[in-house]
Write a protein that binds this ligand. Structure first.
Ligand code: ARG
Ligand code: ZN
Length: 853
């Protein structure tokens, strides 16, 4: 076999270059002969040349494959090995391609393609991993039915679709739904199932299984309930039924991301499916429920209708995130979900949009697609759909979605197809709206108000800063939900959606007896930064009276942010009026505990840095940290006489139930405990740690103790109790870094990388330590530079083993240019070290190059 062409400068792929594949793939049959280091894959694929193909070349992708032989219509052929695959001369009519390749799952530490995790075979093919399994047109617009035969001695051998014949040493599967190769999956190992059944609304009986390693059987029940809820919800809300006889979920320990929606065989990072009260926190339960729903919902938005090419990734991801958020809102509390999502958007997407990695939800070029599974594609992609729904209204939204499913079932689609169904279903022109898909950057919307006679005028101006490759921006359509409140707190104008389309635009409300208080951008109706000059008295009024729960929280959040900014910038003391408003709300038992917990949750230090940056300041991580500490201490003191009572009053009695109500109460209880721990030397936390019968309480207590530097014994006890549980150990690793003092964070993380249970090869463990370090704002940015160099050192060690996870975690450096010169120089040195690494992967090189630009 000939060598592939030598590695050249990384290739850039452009949306404008899209050309369809020149052949139809009529059917795919694969045989796997499993062996840890020498798996053989025999493929038999029926191709039919397309009559007017723009590109008639027969090119099959292939990477790290050892080709044993290839045949066309039974005759051995010698394909030409080219960069990234092979080419071959083929007949002008339909033909059968057969090939045998050898691959090494055991040696595959990149966790892409077919690999091994704790002795079990497992695959990850999205985006372009199938080409590491066999030669194939590995692109999402090539769809075919797959028949799979697995030969091996494993107890359980699974693939997509419905089961066929199974015998001694083999299992066969057939997937009748044409699919792209990125949805292919295979799992084989010594697994145990947690079984159940589901009857669809048209009466189809479906077998359900969650497959886990022996020992994890007790952690499946919650995930199974979440799956059944998701199946019912998608029938009721979107009219979408499941379409196979069986739905399998598999938990795997070594996985680069959260989970994967392979047709009929979803594969999950074990952290995103396994749950028990003793080992999982409330936050874990909620996340697991959401991810199970997300992957299940992909069956329609992603699998039945997929993407034409990877530039369209947000077509399936934005829509599926939007759907899973709707699901969580329906299962739990809609306002709490919305507030949580906005906190995440601001923490993850806004920094991306304002830095060197900024890209539109539908990018127009990439070097490595794996680097585009971003907060912009996912979370902003979902926000864009939320705006669309708000603009056309609920009825029109579901009408458009019905049309989407009707018209495009079985197709590989584009954002243009998606917007066209909205145009056809509503008669609306989507030209300007489409800018949300093509322009990067977060619009800043400045609002001013005037009240004359009986008329309130709101004037909005929108502006978006330049982003890489996009120096100027056009005004977008921005839905701004507004309500008006009277002086007594009554709503005098219920929520109405103003549709802003110009760079500067005014809207009036007439017939008002007195100047109202405007509640603007209710429910966070658009992913923008709202720039509104507002007195703290008005904010406190909204915090007390706004009828929109999101904006009530937002008013408190604005007050908190403002107070902290003044502490950082002017050395001011914590604002007394704000402390007063906050303590009032927290003491008010008539208010929802989940809401009180959210109001008590201070803006993160990274968030304060983000706002400082948005306002043109250079964030000082040390000052931001000190302000956070001072504020928390003052709040604890201001509440001191109520804390013991509040702590007792929010304790949840009875057995642990991971529902929204209990979680809300425990969240408030945890927030109170953390304040109390600042006053009582950790006495209450130590008691709680002793008594805890669930992870939420145990973990919250340990966090308080570690933060107070009083948790050494409990940390050891926690370790002894949980050292056999991988997922709980990830928590133990992360928590020590997260709770370290800024000057100790890097050193703590470094010591943990020397721990016997640390391994760079498991992405969850690596992320536990390095992710916690990058997420510790004052620790990571400590002026010693120790945080920067430790992260860089570990990224360089991981790159040759696992490029995807390495590249992803380079994002910790993306905000570097907003800091002072000293820190910039320190970071630049580390980034250049990474960039100069011999044999640096394409994934990491792409990230580092863009971050440095
Ligand atoms: N499609 C998967 C999901 O959102 C994620 C796949 C991520 N792939 C990657 N290469 N990062 O559910
Ligand atoms: Zn997804």
């Amino acid at each position: 076999m000939k060598d592939a062409a030598p590695a050249s400068a990384p290739e850039t792929f452009y949306l404008k270059d899209y050309t369809p594949f020149g052949f139809e793939v009529e059917a795919v049959a694969l045989t796997f002969k499993l062996a840890a280091t020498t798996t053989r894959v025999i493929s038999k694929i029926r191709f039919a040349p397309k009559p007017d193909a723009a590109d008639p070349r027969f090119f099959l992708h292939g990477e790290a494959l050892n080709l044993i032989w290839a045949k066309i219509d039974g005759q051995e052929v010698t394909p030409q090995m080219v960069n990234g695959g092979l080419e071959c001369t083929v007949p002008g009519q339909p033909f059968t391609w057969e090939a045998e390749v050898e691959i090494d799952p055991q040696g595959n530490t990149a966790l892409e393609g077919l690999y091994m995790s704790n002795g079990m075979y497992c695959t990850q093919c999205e985006a372009e991993g199938f080409r590491k399994i066999t030669y194939y047109p590995d692109r999402p617009d090539v769809m075919s039915t797959f028949t799979v035969r697995i030969e091996g001695s494993e107890k359980v051998m699974l693939s997509n679709g419905n089961p066929g014949t199974t015998g001694d040493g083999f299992a066969e599967w057939h997937d009748p739904w044409p699919k792209p190769a990125y949805l292919f999956a295979l799992v084989a190992g010594d697994l145990i199932n947690h079984p159940d059944r589901f009857t669809t609304k048209s009466g189809k009986d479906v077998e359900l299984n969650i497959w886990v390693r022996p020992g994890d059987e007790g952690k499946c029940a919650f995930g199974m309930e979440a799956l059944k809820k998701s199946m019912t919800w998608d029938e009721e809300v979107y009219g979408r039924e499941y379409d196979l006889d069986i739905f399998n979920i598999v938990a795997v320990d070594d996985f680069n991301m959260g989970a994967m929606e392979n047709k009929g065989l979803n594969i999950f990072n074990s952290s995103c499916v396994l749950a028990s009260p003793e080992t999982s926190t409330d936050a874990n339960f909620e996340r697991i429920e959401a991810i199970i729903a997300h992957e299940y919902f992909h069956n329609w938005t992603g699998n039945r209708i997929t993407c034409r090419d990877w530039f369209q990734l947000c077509l399936k991801e934005g829509l599926t995130v939007f759907r899973d958020a709707q699901f969580t809102s329906d299962m739990r509390s809609a306002p709490v979900k919305r507030i949580d999502d906005v906190i995440t958007l601001r923490a993850r997407q806004f920094p991306e949009d304002g830095g060197p990695l900024a890209h539109p939800p539908r990018p127009e070029e990439f070097q490595e697609i794996n680097n585009f599974y971003t907060a912009t594609v996912y979370e902003k992609g979902a926000e864009v759909i939320g705006m669309l729904k708000r603009l056309v209204g609920d009825d029109a939204y579901y009408k458009a979605l019905d049309l989407y499913f009707d018209r495009h079932d079985g197709q590989a689609c584009t954002i243009e197809d998606w917007l066209k169904v909205f145009e056809d279903a509503t008669g609306r022109d989507m030209t300007q709206f489409k800018l949300w898909y093509s322009q990067a950057g977060t619009p800043r919307v400045k609002v001013s108000e005037s009240f004359v006679g009986d008329t309130l005028t709101l004037t909005f101006e929108q502006e978006t800063a330049p982003t890489p490759g996009q120096p100027t921006k056009d005004p977008r359509v921005i839905p701004i939900a507004v309500g008006l409140l009277g002086a007594n707190g009554d709503e005098i104008q219920p929520t109405t959606v103003l549709e802003m389309t110009e760079a500067k635009q005014s809207f009036t409300f007439t017939g008002l007896a007195a100047k109202p208080v405007a509640s603007i951008l209710r429910e966070f109706s658009a992913p923008v930064v709202l720039d509104r000059q507002m007195g703290n008295a008005e904010r406190a009024f909204l915090l007390a009276h706004d009828t929109d729960p999101f904006n009530r929280w937002e008013a408190g959040n604005a007050l908190a942010t403002d107070t902290r900014l003044r502490m950082v910038l002017n050395g001011a003391a914590p604002d007394a009026n704000y402390l007063d408003a906050l303590t009032k709300l927290v003491r008010d038992d008539s208010q929802d505990p989940a809401f009180r917990a959210l109001v008590l949750q201070p803006p993160s230090q990274a968030q304060i840095a983000q706002v400082l940056f948005e306002q043109g300041h250079t964030p000082d991580p040390e000052k931001i940290h000190d302000a956070a500490e001072t504020f928390a201490q003052s709040l604890a003191q201001a509440l001191s006489d109520s804390l013991p009572r509040l702590y007792a009053a929010t304790t949840v009695d009875g057995p642990y139930v991971p529902d929204a109500e209990g979680a809300g109460k425990r969240a408030l209880n945890g927030a109170v405990l953390s304040l109390l721990s600042r006053l009582d030397g950790g006495a209450a936390a130590a008691k709680q740690f002793e008594a805890a019968d669930n992870m939420t309480l145990q973990y919250a207590a340990l966090a308080c103790l570690l933060r107070a530097e009083k948790g050494a014994d409990q940390s050891q006890a926690f370790f002894d109790q949980w050292k056999e549980d991988r997922l709980v150990m990830d928590k133990w690793f992360a928590l020590q870094v997260a709770t370290a003092k800024p000057e100790n964070a890097a050193q703590t993380a470094r010591a943990l990388t020397k721990h016997a249970l640390f391994t760079i090869k498991n992405p969850n463990r690596f992320r536990a330590v390095m992710g916690a370090l990058a997420g510790h704002h004052a620790g990571f940015h400590h002026i010693s530079g120790a945080g920067y160099s430790l992260l860089a050192e570990n990224l360089m060690a991981l790159d040759s083993l696992n490029p995807q996870t390495t590249a992803r975690m380079c994002a910790g450096f993306q905000t570097w240019k907003r800091y002072d010169e000293t820190r910039q120089r320190l970071i630049q040195t580390e980034l250049e070290k990474i960039a100069g690494l011999n044999g640096l992967s394409r994934d990491t090189s792409d990230m580092v190059t863009r971050i440095l630009e």
